[in-house]
Design a protein around this ligand. Structure first.
Ligand code: IDP
Ligand code: MG
Length: 154
């Protein structure tokens, strides 16, 4: 099973969308392996968004991510990284298709509701950035045979 990191951005906490967005992951059939609330700092964001450090809007993105605490989650499932990215939709909320989280809840490129890891490699790095091993829970999903065929479960 793959695991992926999701961050509920400050805009989502401020707008009171925690429940509605979490519902998307639960109803898809993903397993919640870890969750916590924390305040992001410049140094975490310098690592987390290092691919954007030369962009003129880098300072603005960091400021927007530090307005309120965020909620970080680890979601687990078969091909969870791409499944979650597809649930989230593309970066620009105005261009994201209806039915995706960004398409349904965002009008912005920056204030786009959540972060989700973009590959298995970045998921591993990002999960380590936000969770200690003991903060990620291994438990059986009792509905597994209702969610997957037996040959899909490895
Ligand atoms: P992603 O979140 O869809 O993976 P990235 O390119 O990794 O997109 O960018 C990280 C975050 O930086 C985006 O979610 C968005 O909040 C912000 N961002 C990216 N590009 C822009 C931009 O052109 N203007 C403003 N904010 C941006
Ligand atoms: Mg990204």
């Amino acid at each position: 099973m793959e695991q992926t990191l999701v961050i509920f951005k400050p805009c989502t906490i401020q707008r009171g969308l925690f429940g509605q967005i979490t519902d998307r992951f639960e109803r898809k059939g993903l397993l919640l392996a870890g969750i916590k609330m924390l305040w992001l700092t410049d140094s975490i964001l310098d690592d987390h968004y290092s691919h954007l450090k030369d962009k003129p809007f880098f300072g603005r993105i960091k400021a927007s991510m530090e307005i309120s605490p965020v909620i970080v989650m680890c979601w687990e499932g078969i091909e969870a990284v791409s499944v979650v990215r597809n649930l989230v939709g593309p970066t620009n909320g105005r261009e994201a298709q209806s039915g995706t989280i960004r398409g349904d809840f965002s009008m912005s490129v920056q204030e786009n509701i959540i972060h989700a890891s973009d590959s298995l490699e970045s998921a591993a790095i990002e999960l380590k950035r936000f969770f200690e091993p003991h903060e990620l829970f291994k438990y059986e999903m009792l509905l597994l045979s209702n969610l997957y065929a037996s040959d899909e479960i490895v």
